[in-house]
Design a protein around this ligand. Structure first.
Ligand code: GAP
Length: 514
């Protein structure tokens, strides 16, 4: 199946099984805005919870916050978003389609990377077991050529964007003969900057309304509360403040389903540190965050770091954790060393000191900040797209299975009476009543049990418990595991213990997967 087909399947599955719907669907949707359905909201809550617990509950020096979406408008002047939160845009004069100039160039680089992967696959086939990937990519002239070209393009784009040399960004697009993906035309306008913040108004009368922005990131709510939290919580540096919440960006190239949305949710943590220690904490959080991803068991080979060549206005080092989405490796999470830019800037604009007295150094300073920032919707897409699989079975049939990490599954255990009679539904309902206090459960008695298993497979339910006639005799049930389809007979009284071993957070966050 091609990558595009695979991605289309993910989108169709998300709608069919109640994970994600287009917003205002009955009015044909709203571009790049989505609603989460009855399954999606559970998966999303579970991802948020997995992040929150690993960040806040498990770290005594990280606390939470829930700041408002509306903030004083000067916040966004101080943060640099009014002046610098722009995307370089280019229009195609023939198709009238608008693109992000940097994305057009990145897509070109991704094609070169695709060519490299093709060469590697061919050579791996040719050389068999003796194939050494590292040696091949560093010596094969064609691959080396592609790599050099990709690096040169990437470096030139970074330099031009850094210097705001938009004419050179356009020149690069022309030199690479990049065509409009829609019309195939090379007839481009100049590149222009476009601010991504949504404006709105606060106040009843038009004359006295204040211009506000919908926050484009949750981070600023943390910065402006730095002293409130530090003082009220008697926090000692280093410490972190974590927050999850909605952010809004008027994305021009809004595509790829919930990958790039106009209204989305972020899970951010700002870690306040002494100046001069940022390198050490940058390395620490890179490692910690990658381990968090790996704990979900979605394959080490599906993650990679990408260092930013063009740094945002606030950063002295930054990288992304990229994930292999159906459309290739793309940013999933950002790790940014933000220096004292934000706190320092708020000090200037607000005219108030945002300093910390460090008893160990015996001095006051404006703390530096290490940020980890991940999009909840993007994480949702990573989990959903990785998990959805079509599987050929030994009996010649196939099944659609959503191999979600069990700890994140919307329903953790489905309870199914084999038939709708002989008292089996009553026993099944009693089991639900018992297990639902600790696990998310579903009860289903419709259709043949095989069809019910398939439905739970497609919903990503890791365990099904079937109550049958033997249950009446010896109080045992069948426990079926989604991925292997293995069925074992267990005593009903052992279920809580068995499920706990498979689903408890500690096992997931502490045991290496794969
Ligand atoms: N506070 C830093 C910050 O906002 P960012 O790299 O712009 O940094 C962080 O965003 C994360 O938010 C990204 O890695 C991505 O997961 C998510 N994100 C950003 N824009 C998004 C969008 N339009 N739709 C969905 N997720 C988005």
């Amino acid at each position: 199946m091609s990558k595009t087909d695979q991605f289309k399947k993910v989108i169709a599955h998300a709608k069919e099984y109640g994970f994600v719907f287009p917003s205002s669907d009955i009015y044909d949707g709203l571009s790049a805005v989505y609603d989460y359905g009855q399954q999606g909201v559970l998966l999303k809550n579970n991802i948020r919870n997995y992040w929150w617990k690993s960040m806040v509950q498990l770290n005594e020096n990280i606390v939470g916050l829930d700041a408002a979406i509306f903030m004083h408008p000067t916040t966004w002047k101080a943060s640099g978003h009014v002046d610098a939160f722009n995307d370089p845009l280019i229009d195609n004069k023939d198709s009238k389609k608008r693109y992000r100039a940097d994305v057009l160039i990145e897509d070109y680089i991704a094609k070169l990377e695709g060519k490299i992967e093709k060469e590697v696959t061919k050579a791996a086939k040719r050389f068999g077991d003796s194939f050494d990937r590292e040696q091949f990519v560093s010596t094969n002239p064609r691959v080396v050529g592609y790599q050099e070209k990709a690096s040169a393009i990437s470096a030139r784009m970074a330099k031009s964007l850094e210097a705001e040399d938009l004419a050179d960004v356009k020149a690069l697009i022309e030199e690479l003969e990049i065509v409009c993906p829609f019309s195939g035309s090379k007839n481009w306008t100049d590149v222009k900057q476009f601010n991504l913040m949504f404006g709105t108004k606060l106040g009843a009368s038009a004359d006295h309304a204040t211009d506000l922005y919908l926050r484009p990131e949750t981070a600023q709510g943390i910065f402006v509360n730095f002293l409130n939290v530090q003082k009220s919580g008697r926090m000692k540096i280093p410490f972190g403040i974590a927050q999850t919440g909605k952010a809004f960006r008027n994305e021009i190239v809004a595509r790829q389903f919930i990958f790039r949305m106009r209204e989305f949710e972020q899970m951010e943590m700002q870690f306040f540190i002494p100046p001069g220690t940022q390198k050490e904490w940058y390395d620490h959080w890179k490692k910690t965050r990658l381990n968090w991803h790996l704990s979900l068991g979605m394959g080490e080979e599906n993650y990679r770091f990408h260092n930013h060549e063009k740094l945002a206005h606030y950063a002295d080092a930054a990288c992304d954790i990229e994930f292999k989405f159906p459309f290739g490796f793309k940013e999933l999470e950002g790790i940014h060393s933000r220096t004292d830019f934000d706190l320092g800037s708020h000090e200037k604009y607000a005219g108030k000191k945002l300093q910390y007295f460090d008893p160990e150094r015996n001095e006051s300073y404006t703390p530096y900040v290490l940020e980890t920032s991940i999009g909840l919707d993007r994480m949702f897409l990573a989990v959903l797209s990785h998990s959805l699989q079509e599987e050929e079975l030994e009996d010649g049939n196939s099944r659609t299975v959503l191999r979600l990490p069990a700890v994140l599954a919307p329903t953790q255990v489905a309870i199914l009476p084999l038939v709708k009679k002989d008292g089996l539904p009553d026993i099944a309902r009693d089991l639900v009543a018992d297990l639902k206090w600790d696990y998310s459960t579903a009860y289903d008695e419709k259709d043949a049990v095989g069809r019910r298993y398939r439905r739970q497979d497609a919903l990503g339910t890791p365990y099904c418990v079937t109550v049958d006639h033997q249950t009446l005799e010896d109080q045992t049930v069948t426990l079926r595991e989604r991925d292997s389809m293995e069925q074992i007979r267990v005593a009903t009284k052992e279920l809580p213990q068995l499920l706990d071993a498979k689903l408890n957070l500690k096992n997931w966050l502490t045991n290496p997967k794969d």
